[in-house]
Design a protein around this ligand. Structure first.
Ligand code: TRP
Length: 343
């Protein structure tokens, strides 16, 4: 019988705890701006945690996917280096992680051709996440890249034979396409690829300062790299409500509860306790607690990040090393694919 993705993820967490060396994670981000606290609590912290338990970690700077929902890739090299600085500041260890860009690993991209032959147009058009992304896209017309990028994502994951992909719920349809492609390839040409599992984060969804999902494009996100003043300004503008008594009730008071959760995550404490402490101090007291908690929590991360960002040669060196490794692996996989398809 099929189990839910959540139950499957809990099983996986148990197996990881027993045998971390059996897992290889591939995950990634598009270089479209600085990473924020939503990324940190949603995925960055767990990437670093899993890496330090002994899981092998591949992190993709998805530069060829920047153009899926926009016509131009602005500030690309600045965002690429910023992303690497964010990763390292958040605790990812570059001595064992492989950090690399699409554009530097040609053999990875070449896998897209055989993979495209394994999915139908109907399957691609049914993908609810792509439909959603098309609806909110900044492009006048839907490009072929947008339509087919879940297949590119399969190449991202399968080139290094990753068996674990930490994702948010919205990415599950993409993950299904990757699994379908791996299965079909193996059935048609012989066993080459693992069928990778999605690992859902157990962290609650973090809301931005406007009460909607925290996201770079909404202007409601607290970047890891923001200054303390910028953080204070953003929190001051946050939406709250008229009830002076602060409580944690995500269903009925999403904005206030979002802020309470942010402070609680930064303090590593229960949100109900944090809310009770603020009591009837109202929005002003809540905002002060949030600003102080966020700034205190991020202080060491920001200090590390500032040091890293000042050393661009080092950041480029981290990428160069990761890309050398990723290229060797991608070449090997492409060779295997060629042989499997030729025989
Ligand atoms: N699509 C992801 C995003 O927009 C980034 C990404 C690209 C990714 N390739 C991936 C994530 C492979 C996980 C696995 O954030």
């Amino acid at each position: 019988m099929d189990i839910t993705p959540e139950a499957r993820s809990r099983q996986l967490e148990e197996r990881i705890a027993v045998d971390p060396g059996a897992f290889r994670i591939l995950t990634g981000d598009r270089p479209t701006g600085p990473l924020h606290l939503g990324h940190y609590f949603g995925t960055l912290a767990s990437r670093a945690r899993l890496q330090h338990t002994g899981v092998e970690l591949f992190v993709l700077v998805a530069d060829y996917q920047v153009l899926t929902d926009r016509d131009v890739a602005d500030h690309l090299s600045e965002y690429v280096e910023g992303l690497v600085a964010d990763y390292l500041a958040a605790g990812i260890d570059p001595s064992t992680a492989t950090i690399f860009r699409h554009s530097s690993v040609p053999a990875l991209n070449q896998l897209m051709l055989p993979f495209l032959s394994l999915v139908s147009i109907a399957e691609l058009s049914r993908n609810p996440t792509v439909k959603d992304e098309i609806a909110t896209s900044r492009q006048a017309a839907v490009s072929g890249l947008m339509f087919t990028y879940p297949v590119h994502q399969a190449a991202d994951i399968l080139f290094c034979k990753a068996n674990l992909v930490p994702v948010g719920r919205d990415q599950l349809p993409h993950q299904e396409i990757t699994r379908t492609i791996a299965r079909r390839f193996n059935e048609r040409y012989g066993p080459v690829f693992p069928v990778p599992d999605a690992l859902l984060s157990s962290a609650p969804l973090l809301l931005g300062t406007d009460g909607h999902k925290m996201s770079k494009s909404r202007g409601n996100a607290i970047a890891l790299s923001a200054t303390e003043d910028e953080t204070a300004r953003l929190v001051r503008r946050a939406v709250t409500d008229a009830d002076r008594t602060i409580t944690y009730a995500p269903e009925t008071r999403p904005q206030v509860s979002g802020l309470v959760l942010l402070a609680a995550l930064c303090q590593g404490r229960d949100p109900h306790t944090v809310a009770a402490e603020i009591g009837d101090g109202g929005a002003a007291a809540l905002k002060k607690v949030v600003t102080d908690s966020v700034n205190e929590f991020l202080r060491p991360i920001r200090a590390r990040r500032a040091e890293l960002a000042a050393d661009r040669a080092y950041l480029r060196g981290v990428l160069a090393e990761g890309e050398e490794r990723a290229n060797a692996i991608a070449q090997r996989t492409l060779e295997e694919v060629r042989e499997a398809m030729a025989s």
